[in-house]
Design a protein around this ligand. Sequence first.
Ligand code: ADP
Ligand code: MG
Length: 903
Amino acid sequence: MSENAPRLTPMYRQYLEIKKEYPDALLFYRMGDFYELFFDDAETAARELQLALTSRSRDEGGVPMCGVPWHSAETYISQLVEKGFKVAVCDQMEDPKQARGLVKRGVTRVVTGGTALDDANLEAKAHTYLGAFCWDEAAGAGGFAWLDVSTGAWTGLQSSREEELRQWALKMAPRELLVPDRDEVPLSFSTTPGIQLVRLPYRSHFELPQAKERVLAAQHVQEAAALGLEKSPQLMQACGALIAYLEQMQKQDPAQLAPFRPLEKGRYLILDEITERNLELFFRMDGKRGAGTLWSVMDHTRTPMGGRLLEERMRCPWRRLEPIVRTQEAVEFFLARKDVRKALREALRGVYDMERLSTRIALNRCQPRDFAALKESLRSLPAVLDALTLPEGDRLSTEDDRRGEALPEAVRHIVKKWDGLDDMADLLTRALRDDLPPQITEGGLFRQGYSEELDELLDLVEHGESRLQALLQEEQKKNAMPRLKLGYNHVFGYYFELSRAQQTSPIPEYFQRRQSLVNSDRFTTPALQELEDKMLTASERRKSLEYRLYQELRVTMAEARPRLTAAAEALALLDFWQSLAHAAEKNGWSKPELYEGADLSLRQGRHPSVEAVVGRSAFIPNDLVMDESRRLVLITGPNMAGKSTVLRQTAIIVIMAQMGSFVPASEARIGLVDRIFSRVGASDNLAQGQSTFMVEMMETARILRQAGRRSLVILDEIGRGTSTFDGLALAWAVVEELSRRAGGGIRTLFATHYHELTGLANTLPGVCNMNIAIREWNGDIVFLRRLIPGPADRSYGIEVARLAGVPSSVVQRAREILSQLEAARGKARVAKLEAAVLPGLDIRPASRPEPAPAPAPRAEEHPLLDALRAVDPDAMTPMEALKLLSDWKTLWGRPPASPENKK
Ligand code: ADP
Ligand code: MG
């Protein structure tokens, strides 16, 4: 390209000058009615958007280009942003008609995934976040902040543990994550799909003094303390980076920002991202939304705001009793008062995304349809209030009803401070036509009667001709010149014409002769002149007046933003509650009891989303009690028995309960949980491509470090990702540790196919066995899906294989092999396993003061065990060990000659 540079036209020079500032964005360059892209941008856009790639005149060196009409640019921009591109929109900064020389141009906004405002780039019922992460190694502290640009809601946290911040970043999964370019970025960020890393210069975006200045200015406060940021410099830095980036992208003040509040972790039940994934809260294991997720069962919201609140609650349920109980009361009310719920759901139908609408309006990024949607929404508000204050039964409405006296506290609170925004609704209704044009520039926005001036101009534009005719008739009559005619030409514009033959009476003085033809004269009059002037400029004036009125209306609405967002918040809550009530009714859920304590008991618990898939009647409910003597429940049972389901349903019920929702159990008593950890042993996660044993162990390590007395730990087949003995040994040690921690054990559900672990119930306090019942019938097994006390008697792997259709010859052979193996092991049970299975490994906890005495050799015990107990592998060379093994093989390696194995 450089060899072409001298030949570039001024336009290209301007283009390249601007493009230089946005190397990583696709530049949409406005030319007339099109946005054009050039060079590489053109090739990329043509490929991604299926546009025709052309090339500009030869003297430009055949520059590749493509373009989109300006009025449909949003659609194309959305598509590109959806695909992960950044788009810089470069507009004409002056009227091309008035420009002398090249039209001034400049970038008016940059659209990115994390800063998008258009509905096309946003999920209605999910937040889209822009995040910023900053870790200060020297200070040993960092901050992570996240912002929903479309609503202005933002928060963040400061921590001295980088891992904690990282977990939050992964959990909130911002579409774009801002990080300082000088720092190394945690691998997990760059490898998580859906998160785009944006490396920004530390100095310009993250440095503390500027960051602080930016944040305080954007929030209109004097002190960091007003935002709760006085002791969180790193979080301040992250916040500053968010604002800097946002300002750069929006090219204006971040008018949408709500007041910042740091996240109070203590208020929420913490679910890390892996737990969210394992429990399939929002996405299924295959990464998709839809049936099978908790969300799909719970979401009965009618508005985007309600949907986003439900998302927020599901992502961060409560940790404390008070908000849970308040929510339960509201849900109970909407459940009992079907009439209210029905009317409310109906009223909410007309409510659009008031939060995002008001953001677009505040930022002047709105279209006429946004006003239409806002108008509709505001006009639905009276029906919402009416629904809430419906009198009960057939009673006539009383003053108390209208004041909401009978409502539960949370709902009453909303009724009490209700702002129906009538004035705004009236204004919009008075101002706007019912059928609005797609673009403001086309005009046609305002209703007749809204502005006299506009009405006059509209009349001129639409009825100019008939007004001319009226004037003509007036002159004909007044001056008795019935043959007076009206004409038009380019030179004189409109004129009256009268033939000589008709000029019998004197021509009035105000008729000014303009032109004399052979047989006639042409005149103008002041009235005609004035009308003509008005007509000629009416169209232009109307456009600019309409634009001005539009902006005035926009500013009025923008100023009402706090009221709009307060209303949106109230609607979100109502919607959230009615959705919980609706789901409870549809699915037969009941109200759980929550309390400060560490027990948990569920009667007839069900897995809400599995139940939704297999059907209510096909799902077998289960009871589960976790208390002092049953802190850690080991669940055994064959594959497919339902272990994972029981584990997950327990965690999900806790989550639902702490959201304030009713739960799929006939009775639930839940000691408040502060964190839920859910981990699945390697092979269940194969589809996600991260089944390495290493990951599994890192996760386990984290649980052991972080779980506390109030936590709930769900471990599903942990240890499966390695060889049997390794896995068993690790699983064993993990159970021991969890049963010992936090002064009496951490509530843990542990599903395992390591049958050997079931013996731990005898030796460790607080550990108990449960299994999922099956029945053997005619050599087949029948899954009963019932959780019962005690260990499974064996693992039934072969029966499951048979059920799965493994050929009977293979099944038969497997049975033979199994019986030989079992015999060889001498039916070693757990107590013996300590010696038999794990030679050299002292698996009795070292810290236990009185080690359980080694079981005395009993008569039927195999002599190998004794021999094993005698060896000390630490003191042996590999050669000696091998020799010993070979001796044992000679001694005892033959199949035993016990009677049961003779057949
Ligand atoms: P496991 O973990 O023991 O191998 P899962 O929990 O994965 O078994 O359950 C296997 C299948 O059995 C599930 O996909 C589900 O369809 C069904 N299932 C599990 N529990 C129940 C239940 N309580 N009622 C009905 N079907 C169930
Ligand atoms: Mg399983």
